[in-house]
Write a protein that binds this ligand. Sequence first.
Ligand code: FMN
Length: 356
Amino acid sequence: MIKNAASENLQNHPSTPANTGLEPSRRFCVAPMMDWTTPHYRYLARLLSQHTLLYTEMVTTGALIHGDTERFLRHDPAEYPLSLQLGGSNAKDLAHCARLAEDFGFSEVNLNVGCPSDRVQNNMIGACLMAQPDKVAEAVRAMIEATRLPVTVKHRIGINGRESWEDLCEFVDKVSAAGCRTFIVHARIAILEGLSPKENRDVPPLKYDWAYQLKQKYPHLEIIINGGIKTFEECHEHLKYTDGVMLGREAYHNPWLLAGVDSAFFGAEPPARSRHDVLRAMYPFIESELKRGVFLGHMSRHFLGLFHGMPGGRQFRRYISENAHKSGAGLEVIQAALEKVPESQQPVPTETAIRA
Ligand SMILES: Cc1cc2nc3c(=O)[nH]c(=O)nc-3n(C[C@H](O)[C@H](O)[C@H](O)COP(=O)(O)O)c2cc1C
């Protein structure tokens, strides 16, 4: 157990998962996204939905073990339920980092077996591990032994050269035999040579039916489907065949979507807030971050999509983009940007609530 003020503070927090013993619901999740699902985005997301399971950006075991651990694991208890995504392949290192996840109060620890970038392949991280089910299984076993937190795996349905249904089943067979109960399936293969990470999120075709078939073949496993999902209608369709949905880009570019999640997927009250109220509710957090020396632009880039599709939304975006990076920029920039958007009650989209 590591001893420092931040981890002890988080361990003592009443909603720390290891204290509540609660397994987070994965019915609706926001995907781990490097540079996007930062603590600032997550704080905003949590104001919009209490029940969505949020994921951190991927943190490598090397960064956690040899770098500034506390900086990489920094989060606010308000973000719970929150899963820490790890990148790595060494079982001992992953076990150590899974323990860190528990010590720091996360709700879940997730292993990245889906990221296709060259940088991570060289270090045996991400999608290239789809070719090494035994190694993933060994890592998962070690992680499970090291922590009380649920250990989950996010993966592709294959990689070039290992893209058959049998290959995928071998992966799931071995990793589930190691004790993993939850598989988050990005329903396309990754092509490890010749495509950029961005192209690898769009070019290989989506095969949702493979995720559905996994659920059929392994009904005792929790299967969460990911890739290209944009609307609640699509989510409800996927939920007929899988246990949960994970949205990435849409939840980032159009965060207001999250305001309808609690009613549409958890039968809970939608947060009765307008976009204006949500941003205002961020002020104390923004101010305390500014005091810590965080630049406004570093936080505000994650709010740019909040008024997506609304009258004044573009002006809001432009004002922040032009002013938040200026030296000394503070809360007044956000306040002035908010004034560009007419304030009216913008209830949670009824369409989403009706489909609950
Ligand atoms: C900017 C960006 C960064 C990403 N970083 C990660 C990451 O750190 N770990 C990971 O497993 N997937 C990462 N992904 C992939 C997403 O988690 C998700 O699987 C992918 O975007 C497909 O879902 P979507 O179509 O809903 O966006 C990233 C995606 C984006 C757009």
